[in-house]
Design a protein around this ligand. Structure first.
Ligand code: ADP
Ligand code: GLC
Length: 489
């Protein structure tokens, strides 16, 4: 249903599915913007035109008045252009920020000396794009540290422009573990000319500038991606140094659980998996499991449970806990393991080693592979996600939709989306454990393996998960209602 008082919303982000993705940030931006567009809002997205952009199904048109542009950032004169891309699948207008000097790199993110510049530029180009289009956004929606300077820029460098008189800024924290902290030597590149006092002075004195913190100080509204994470980051354990600042802004910090993009992750019409299936007909899931195991060279019997893992291989995801538990458990219990991911070498080495030791039962695919991610979600019996912290997490929700029972740690969005099974009452959707230690993880996996043997109960648990509704439609409404309160529209 089209909204009869549409909002104008500008998204500025470093990731956007299916064009540029390293993790859930991309999925969320792709799905949320689509949902807002479908609800009748005027949404415009600005994304860097990375060399690695996925150009499949992308129709790009040159916008005459957005060609041959340049901007002075500190001592750097940056030449650029903006093209308009229409995604055939969703219709969301994504503007691509073309600047080969900054974005022709081998990945989305780099450790290069100009990393700060790449995202200062994105942030300022988003504001200047609105100026050139005479587009006065009601909401500037910024995501993570990469675009967290926008609220400050709106209040300083661009404060003169009446176009933004009614604009309110929102910073969504997808992951407080990445704050964009740079040496204070980059100060000239911020172009604050006299407005340096707005930066966090203690940080500055200590020789650093924190992009995310700056966003948390100046955005009109802060959101994060689950209600539990919104609470957790106000405490020392999860706040990563920003908890006191977040406490002081607790009246403007809201947690909204992410949704699942039904066009991309739905076992009933997933074009990427060997056979589709549904709650009422699970036969396709068995085919998915067989095909997956065959394809990955896992030779265990089909009755044996298969545990799936799809993840960035970084500390956050609880990989070190898996390291401490899985090798022993594999000698004690019968199950197979399908792991897809890439990241820190120590974790990649661990899974390669396990695969080498137990080739018939462990397969590790190192790298990024969207099709295999779908296959693992569809073909596994269980999905393991013992994160140290998890702002929302999407894979556990995909798992629930695909009848793949999640084994998760009780934190952030994992706590908000998975309910511990109660075998007596036949309720619950997965296995949830709290303490981050070997005993608890081993308990959780053992419990899942035990419950798996009780076929009717297991089917009920799968069914409970598959019946859950994680629609973006409902979640996007929560954003809209906050945006309306903020803009008074
Ligand atoms: P995060 O954003 O912290 O990485 P999420 O669970 O929110 O965690 O989202 C991860 C997203 O990235 C999911 O869509 C998942 O399927 C995808 N993903 C992660 N690693 C890979 C990989 N190696 N190959 C394909 N997709 C991956
Ligand atoms: C981050 C978080 C993840 C969340 C995603 C999308 O990368 O680590 O938990 O689901 O952003 O919001």
């Amino acid at each position: 249903m089209a909204d009869n008082n549409p909002l104008k919303i500008c998204f500025a982000s470093s990731e956007f599915a299916p064009l540029a993705k390293t993790g859930g940030l991309a999925d969320v931006n792709g799905a949320l913007s689509t949902q807002l567009l479908r609800a009748g809002h005027d949404v415009r997205v600005l994304l860097p035109d990375y060399a690695t952009l996925n150009r499949e199904g992308l129709f790009v048109e040159r916008v005459d008045f957005l060609q041959g542009l340049s901007i002075q950032i500190g001592p750097w004169k940056i030449d650029y252009a903006i093209d308009r891309a229409l995604l055939s699948a969703t219709g969301v207008p994504v503007y691509l920020l073309r600047c080969p000097t900054l974005y022709d790199r081998s990945g989305l993110y780099t450790a290069a000396a100009d990393e700060h510049l790449r995202f200062i530029f994105l942030s300022r180009a988003a504001i200047e794009m609105c100026q050139r289009m005479r587009f006065a956004p009601d909401i500037f929606h910024c995501h993570d540290w990469h675009t967290s300077l926008i609220p400050l820029y709106l209040k300083t460098v661009y404060a003169w422009d009446k176009l933004f008189a009614g604009t309110r800024s929102v910073v969504t924290i997808h992951n407080i573990g990445y704050q964009g902290i740079f040496s204070a030597d980059i100060l000239p590149d911020l172009d604050l000319d006299g407005a340096e006092q707005y930066l966090h002075q203690e940080d500055l004195a200590a020789g650093r500038i924190n992009f995310l913190k700056t966003g948390l100080l100046f955005a009109d509204l802060l959101t994060t991606v689950s209600p539990t994470y919104a609470r957790e980051i106000q405490g020392e354990q999860y706040g990563m140094g920003l908890h006191q600042l977040l406490q002081s802004r607790s009246d403007t910090l809201v947690g909204i659980l992410n949704g699942v993009d039904d066009d991309e992750w739905n076992p009933e019409n997933d074009a990427l998996i060997p056979q589709t299936f549904s709650r009422s007909d699970l036969s396709g899931k068995a085919v998915c499991k067989q095909t997956l195991m065959r394809e990955l060279g896992l030779t265990g019997a089909p009755e044996q449970p298969l545990i799936g893992v799809v993840t960035r291989l970084v500390g956050q995801k609880g990989i070190d806990l898996m390291q401490r538990v899985l090798p022993l458990l594999l000698t004690k219990r019968e199950f197979s393991l399908a792991v897809l991911g890439s990241g820190e070498p120590r974790f990649e080495q661990f899974f390669s080693w396990m695969q080498q030791e137990l080739r018939s039962r462990v397969c590790f695919y190192r790298g990024y592979n969207n099709r295999l991610a779908h296959w693992i979600e569809a073909g596994s019996d269980m999905f393991l996600m013992p994160s140290i912290y998890e702002p929302c997490g999407l894979n556990q929700m995909y798992s629930l939709k695909y009848g793949t029972v999640p084994i998760v740690r009780e934190t952030g969005g994992l706590a908000d989306s998975v309910q511990l099974v109660d075998p007596g009452a036949r309720t619950g959707t997965g296995i949830v454990f709290r303490e981050y230690d070997e005993t608890r993880l081993a308990w959780a996996i053992n419990l899942a393996l035990d419950l798996y043997n009780d076929k009717p109960l297991w089917k009920q648990i799968m069914n409970n998960g598959m019946s859950m509704d994680f629609s973006w439609q409902r979640q996007a409404k929560q954003y809209v209602s906050l945006f309306r309160q903020l803009s008074g529209k």
